[in-house]
Design a protein around this ligand. Structure first.
Ligand code: NAD
Length: 364
């Protein structure tokens, strides 16, 4: 097992990473020295089938525990589910010294974390991530639910007390979820670590990823996120670097409709566009053809569906949380591992986006 310590201005907490460590979750939780009068284990139905009951039984021998499994998928990050979980917490007589455990992917982590941030004005919670994508979401303390008008619009900053990451759980992930999480790993490499990116470029297919590579991806991905978040817990400055590929990615996700494209596939498109703009605006020396064909080999889409208009994507970007005063902030690279924030008027981005899309169509 490897341990990383996350240091933020408000808190310091450990991230335990290793294959099979869920079987020692009781010891790891005890080592945190939290009051833990009661535990409220929140998971989703898919994860519950595989790991929920096992963890519940292990913890029950030491603490009073209640387990609730929400339906799998993005729709669980709703105000109705949030209220249902608050009701369960009240009826189970959770108190200010109790602890919420989030067992699942980013959806469960965001939802359970938001419940923890608001129940009795905030109680402890611990993340048990089970997807590759949650190497990104479990660390950093951003928790949220969705509003029908937009994703993650209702949320808080609330750091977990620990992250217990059993990488063995990743072995049961469907390939598309593995690919989705890998996109965030690739993003971390692009913005911070060229050597890590070169290692990743040797991966030829999702199926061939070894346990050792998975452990390495989770460890390095979290280390990079920690390096950024510890300097900017509340997203005043360099935390924005983590949005590499996300400005267009979020717009694509929303225009396709949630569930129609994974977050990672949308981010992979966003990164390809950001690299195109980086090359043209900042002369970023990157072999985009090679990167594009590598991403394609891994199964990522190479371009946005034709029936989605550039105007619709721009309009989504204008409503993004990070857009201010009509200026769209883009995360670009002047080389791999070196980030530049660049502000664009919507007409400028529209021009680049059209150019990128036309060139790709020309290449077909
Ligand atoms: N808070 C943050 O900083 C942050 C960062 C990135 C993403 N997010 C959020 O994360 C969410 C996406 O997370 P996700 O991709 O992990 O999705 P997810 O939590 O919906 O999990 C994806 C699917 O995999 C299933 N699953 C989870 N673990 C499994 C396992 N070990 N074996 C088999 N199936 C398993 C789930 O039931 C689900 O169907 C989005 O809501 C996004 O907004 C948050």
């Amino acid at each position: 097992m490897k341990t990383l310590q996350i240091e933020t201005a408000s808190l310091s907490y450990p991230v335990f990473i290793g294959g099979g460590i869920r079987k020692h979750a009781d010891e790891l939780l005890s080592s945190l020295n939290l009051p833990m009068t009661k535990l409220f284990l929140i998971t989703d139905e898919e994860v519950d089938k595989r790991y929920g009951e096992e963890l519940y039984r292990l913890l029950q021998s030491k603490w009073p525990v209640k387990k609730v499994a929400v339906p799998s998928g993005e729709q669980a990050k709703s105000i109705d589910m949030f209220m249902k979980l608050q009701t369960e917490a009240i009826e189970f007589h959770l108190d200010r010294s109790s602890c919420i455990l989030a067992l699942g992917g980013g959806v469960v982590g965001d939802l359970a974390g938001f419940v923890a941030s608001t129940f009795m004005r905030g109680i402890d919670y611990v993340q048990f991530p089970t997807t590759l994508l949650s190497h990104d979401s479990a660390v950093g303390g951003k928790v949220a639910i969705n509003h029908p008008l937009g994703k993650n619009l209702i949320g808080a900053f609330h750091q977990p007390k620990a992250v217990i990451y059993d990488t063995e759980c990743l072995r049961t992930l469907p390939e598309k979820e593995m690919r989705s999480g890998l996109a965030e790993v690739i993003k971390h490499a692009f913005i911070h670590d060229e050597a890590f990116l070169n290692d990743l470029l040797n991966i030829n297919s999702i199926e061939e990823i070894t346990n050792e590579q998975l452990n390495d991806m989770v460890y390095k991905g979290i280390s990079i996120k920690e390096a950024i978040v510890s300097n900017d817990e509340r997203e005043q400055g360099i935390r924005a670097y983590l949005n590499f590929g996300h400005t267009l990615g979020h717009a694509v996700e929303a225009e396709y409709g949630y569930g129609e494209i994974t977050h990672g596939d949308a981010v992979a498109l966003g990164m390809q566009f950001a690299l195109f703009v980086s090359e043209n605006v900042l002369n970023c020396p990157i072999d985009r053809k090679q990167t594009g064909s590598w991403l394609k080999k891994l199964g990522y889409p190479g371009q946005v569906k034709r029936d989605i208009s550039t105007e619709a994507l721009i309009s989504r970007m204008m409503n993004d949380k990070k857009t201010r005063g009509g200026i769209i902030q883009f995360v670009l690279l002047d080389r791999i591992g070196s980030v530049r924030l660049h502000s664009f008027r919507s007409e400028e981005i529209e021009r680049w986006l059209n150019m990128w899309r036309w060139r790709l169509e020309g290449d077909e």
